[in-house]
Write a protein that binds this ligand. Structure first.
Ligand code: A3P
Length: 348
């Protein structure tokens, strides 16, 4: 009697150990359909996505990625293609205020948004210039903090950012054949970049454990927005459809001019030689690293860039400085198994 109870208890402990332990501490995270989402994603994601307006006359372009695949870089290129290389405009406004994240909604920001707006409208003229600039910045951030509401109210062309897995993406956008740019990056570099993003970002818990722990979270599918393989292969099912352009980070790195041409021809925009050169200069790694509208240096509420830079290394192959030989062997085996037959290959 006692032995059988003991055996049952041991079995339960074994089962418990087999369950993945939460390695990441993500403030305000939530889980939907088995995918973990970071705290800045709206909690009513599924219902609001159903209701997201996709108008008949809608001219909108989505830039979609698994996080850390080069989203900011691609958005900067796409926005400049669409606005005829108006780099002055891009430099006048933070990227997050120009291109909203579809799934973002910060509850706290919604509560203070209108009080802030009133103070800004009534009192800014009394403030010194530097404080006026700071107020303007925070107002833009507050306004951008509810992506769908803002985007629904827009009447002009919409450029939209999203990290949603394909099964969460607005069906209407796929059916109406809105233009979608999907950027892919090899999983090893993507995960390494995500590791540093967890270190410097409040929503990702200012992660302070070593890479080896984070690696476990990657292979145990604990990362926000889910597993790289599920995300990429989910979207890759649409490969060959006319309204989706797949572009690899590694190809953007190897030949930025060719990547720009691919994007501009997909967006049906002719670029003059002068405009292309201007865009490429604005979008170079060195230039983006210094650019305060994209490098998050002003976003001190969410980012602590002393822990790690946002525009960090921008290279292919940084994984070699992080993966151990054993981790790489195990990951390569997983990669070969998952990617078999997909026709998708990466330089790593
Ligand atoms: P690393 O962390 O490997 O440096 P995202 O915008 O999706 O968050 O992706 C961030 C990654 O893109 C970071 O990778 C960042 O350095 C890289 N990146 C940003 N701008 C870049 C550019 N102009 N050229 C190359 N890489 C860039």
């Amino acid at each position: 009697m006692w032995n059988s109870r003991r055996r049952r208890c041991d079995k339960m402990v074994d089962e418990l150990h087999k369950q993945p332990r939460p390695i990441l501490n993500l403030p305000q995270k939530f889980v939907s359909d088995g995918v973990t989402f970071p705290g800045y994603v709206r909690k009513d994601l599924k219902e609001s996505i159903e209701k997201f307006e996709c108008r008949d006359d809608d001219v909108c372009v989505y830039v979609v990625t698994y996080p850390k695949s080069g989203t900011t870089w691609a958005i900067e290129m796409v926005s400049l293609i669409l606005n005829n290389a108006d780099t002055e405009y891009n430099l006048s406004k933070e990227q997050f205020a120009r291109v909203l994240v579809l799934e973002m909604r910060l509850e706290f920001a919604q509560r203070i948004k209108f009080i802030f707006l009133v103070i800004y409208r009534l009192l800014t003229w009394l403030m010194p210039r530097s404080l006026q600039e700071t107020m303007k910045y925070w107002l833009a951030a507050l306004m951008a903090s509810d992506g769908m509401t803002y985007l629904n109210s827009m009447t002009t062309r919409r450029l939209i950012k999203s990290h949603l897995p394909c099964n969460f993406f607005p069906r209407k956008a796929l059916e109406k054949k809105c233009k979608i740019v999907y950027i892919l990056r090899n999983p090893k570099d993507t995960y390494v970049s995500y590791y540093y993003f967890h270190k410097n970002n409040w929503f990702h818990g200012f992660y302070d454990k070593p890479w080896s722990e984070f690696y476990k979270a990657c292979v145990e599918k604990q990362l926000p927005y889910g597993d790289w393989f599920d995300h990429v292969l989910g979207w890759w099912k649409h490969n060959g459809e006319k309204n989706i352009c797949f572009l690899k980070y590694e190809d953007m790195k190897r030949n930025p001019r060719a990547a720009l041409e691919t994007l501009s021809s997909f967006l049906e925009k002719d670029l003059s030689e002068e405009a292309a050169t201007k865009i490429l200069e604005h979008c170079s790694f060195e230039s983006m690293k210094k650019n305060r509208t994209v490098n998050m240096s002003v976003n001190t509420f969410v980012f602590d860039l002393k822990r790690a830079a946002f525009i960090r290394k921008g290279t292919v192959g940084d994984w070699e400085n992080h993966f151990t030989v054993a981790e790489n062997a195990a990951f390569q085996e997983l990669y070969d198994k998952k990617m078999k037959g997909s026709g998708l290959n990466f330089d790593m």
